[in-house]
Ligand binder design. Structure first.
Ligand code: ADP
Length: 265
């Protein structure tokens, strides 16, 4: 069959085809890098608690099981390690769904003040253990109705408060407040007077697995996913998250929400 296409058109078409294929390959390469990077981080995060749990089990098998005082202590520690693994796996599940856009929001109107009180109650013991007091800084304790997925906003507040407890100094305080921002927006602030974050770390703080102290030797390690989850949830709501921090002074994480009531604060 005779080819009638002139040389110029043909060259252009071949060029375009090659360009399309290159883009496709580039995208695949990025995805592959991302996958490798993710899996590498996951196995790294799981390794430490797994080895810790194995350590206790091996000590028990080695004879410690015969000593009733010691065996209870080791079993409890092994259980702590397993609990930590469960937290990490739950966070991994959440971040995978959030990054894939697979987690739909169930938006409803809810009282953000009530939600803050609930989260305080859930974290009271944990805060007391680290000698941190949780305070609520509001002039009036009246309901403020906002629009959002209350379960996910609860997760946001929990992650921010848990961090302020983990990275707070003993006898420190974490304060939560809600303020009017513009006519239909409120801003929720979580302020601590803990260890703070060096300036150069701040731009990367919300990346998954990013930690200021990479050594992993913190006594209360998390999954390194807490803030990545927070950012995804807030952005899925089309809202904004901010952070301000100074070493040895403290940190303030704040996020906006859509207000549905016209009550003045
Ligand atoms: P992690 O599980 O390590 O706490 P996050 O994603 O929640 O992971 O936080 C990332 C890092 O940001 C933490 O490892 C910590 O170094 C720093 N960070 C987060 N919140 C605070 C805070 N309130 N004060 C000081 N550092 C913080």
């Amino acid at each position: 069959k005779p080819v009638t296409t002139d040389m110029k058109t043909l060259t252009e078409e071949i060029g375009k085809f090659a360009e399309d294929k290159k883009v496709e390959i580039d995208t695949l390469k990025i995805r592959e890098e991302y996958r490798k990077d993710f899996l590498g981080n996951v196995s790294h995060e799981l390794k430490t608690p797994l080895f810790t749990v194995q350590g206790y089990i091996l000590t028990l098998l080695d004879g410690a099981i015969k000593d009733s005082k010691v065996n209870e202590k080791y079993l409890k520690r092994a259980n702590k390690g397993v609990e930590r693994l469960i937290y990490i796996v739950k966070d991994l599940d959440m971040i995978t769904k959030l990054e894939a856009g697979d987690l739909s929001l169930e938006k409803e109107e809810f009282d953000i003040i009530e939600l803050i009180h609930n989260v305080f109650e859930l974290l009271e013991m944990r805060a007391a253990k680290n000698e941190i007091s949780l305070t609520f800084d509001m002039e009036y304790d009246e309901p403020i109705y906002v629009m959002g997925d209350s379960e996910k906003i609860q997760q946001v507040l929990t992650n921010l408060l848990v961090n302020s407890i983990k990275y707070g100094h003993p006898n420190g305080t974490t304060e939560v407040s809600v303020e009017n921002l513009i006519k239909n927006k409120v801003i929720v602030r979580v302020t601590d007077n803990g260890e703070g974050i060096p300036k150069h770390h701040i731009p990367r703080l919300f990346e998954r697995f990013y930690r200021v102290d990479q050594s992993g030797s913190r006594k209360e390690g998390g999954s390194g996913l807490g803030l990545a989850i927070v950012k995804h949830i807030i952005e899925a709501h089309d809202e904004k998250i901010y952070v301000e921090s100074e070493v040895d002074v403290g940190s303030e994480f704040s996020f906006t929400l859509e207000k549905t009531s016209n009550k003045t604060l």
